[in-house]
Design a protein around this ligand. Sequence first.
Ligand SMILES: C[C@@]1(CC(=O)O)c2cc3[nH]c(cc4nc(cc5[nH]c(cc(n2)[C@H]1CCC(=O)O)[C@@](C)(CC(=O)O)[C@@H]5CCC(=O)O)C(CC(=O)O)=C4CCC(=O)O)c(CCC(=O)O)c3CC(=O)O
Ligand SMILES: NC(=O)C1=CN([C@@H]2O[C@H](COP(=O)(O)OP(=O)(O)OC[C@H]3O[C@@H](n4cnc5c(N)ncnc54)[C@H](O)[C@@H]3O)[C@@H](O)[C@H]2O)C=CC1
Length: 202
Amino acid sequence: MGYFPFFVDVENQNCLVVGGGVVALRKIEKLLPFNPNITVVSPKVHKEILSIKNINIIKRKFDFNDLKEKSFVITATDDKVLNKEIYNSCKENNIPVNTVDDKDNCSFIFPALARNNGVTVAISTSGKSPIYAKYLRKKIESLIQDSESIVDNLSKYREKIKNEISLEENRKVAFEKLLEYSLSNESITDDLVDKIIKDLSV
Ligand SMILES: C[C@@]1(CC(=O)O)c2cc3[nH]c(cc4nc(cc5[nH]c(cc(n2)[C@H]1CCC(=O)O)[C@@](C)(CC(=O)O)[C@@H]5CCC(=O)O)C(CC(=O)O)=C4CCC(=O)O)c(CCC(=O)O)c3CC(=O)O
Ligand SMILES: NC(=O)C1=CN([C@@H]2O[C@H](COP(=O)(O)OP(=O)(O)OC[C@H]3O[C@@H](n4cnc5c(N)ncnc54)[C@H](O)[C@@H]3O)[C@@H](O)[C@H]2O)C=CC1
């Protein structure tokens, strides 16, 4: 299996979730901040899924026509045979599919996600140990706790530096300097940035 961690834009993409249990709920919660159009098809639907706004819920068994016009599919039923059939049909129709009960039959897998202010760290064990991915996620969450102010500081002057320092290698030096200031909690002022730009402009 060669799972490359692309960061894919799923906004407004049609996502089908087959099954409405606790695992489906976890996958849906993970996707929600990225704004896909989610449809759930399942005879039984977890009450927390029912309470989510802006998703379509179809309370019945899966039908293969449900796959039409879907950009990606998560098959999360407790029926192994059905999950495999859905996987096969998605593969035939070139629809990316995540099969929650079978790590070897997924065209994409969910990582454990640590997120803070647009900084996203995705952890995968290539399906070997999700619980270890979860453990690492918790550690990384504390590591990126401060990323809010750091990213804000660095992004504030990014365009200015890109526009005003013409040499790429010098732009990199400028960003490295600003990063050092941010990590040592020193405040970054317009004057400081102007001085860095002046020193590195040719
Ligand atoms: C392949 C993958 C496919 C996919 O689901 O995308 C997959 C497959 C399977 N998971 C199983 C079990 C568990 N999964 C979790 C938890 C998570 N599972 C997630 C992802 C993935 N799980 C993908 C690979 C990720 C990677 O590469 O590491 C996480 C990271 C992301 C998420 O779910 O959003 C999320 C943690 C999120 C967080 O907390 O940050 C726990 C722990 C818990 O529930 O507390 C358990 C029980 C303990 C254990 O088994 O380790 C089983 C056996 C089911 C059975 O026994 O019947 C299968 C099927 C199989 O192994 O074939
Ligand atoms: N990938 C992961 O992270 C994990 C995967 N699993 C696997 O996930 C599977 C599902 O687990 P849970 O959500 O706990 O089960 P669950 O029993 O809570 O939910 C199963 C859901 O499937 C639905 N369903 C059954 N037949 C259906 C059909 N014909 N059409 C549409 N929906 C149908 C049911 O209505 C129910 O909502 C299990 O088989 C387990 O092996 C379990 C833990 C973690």
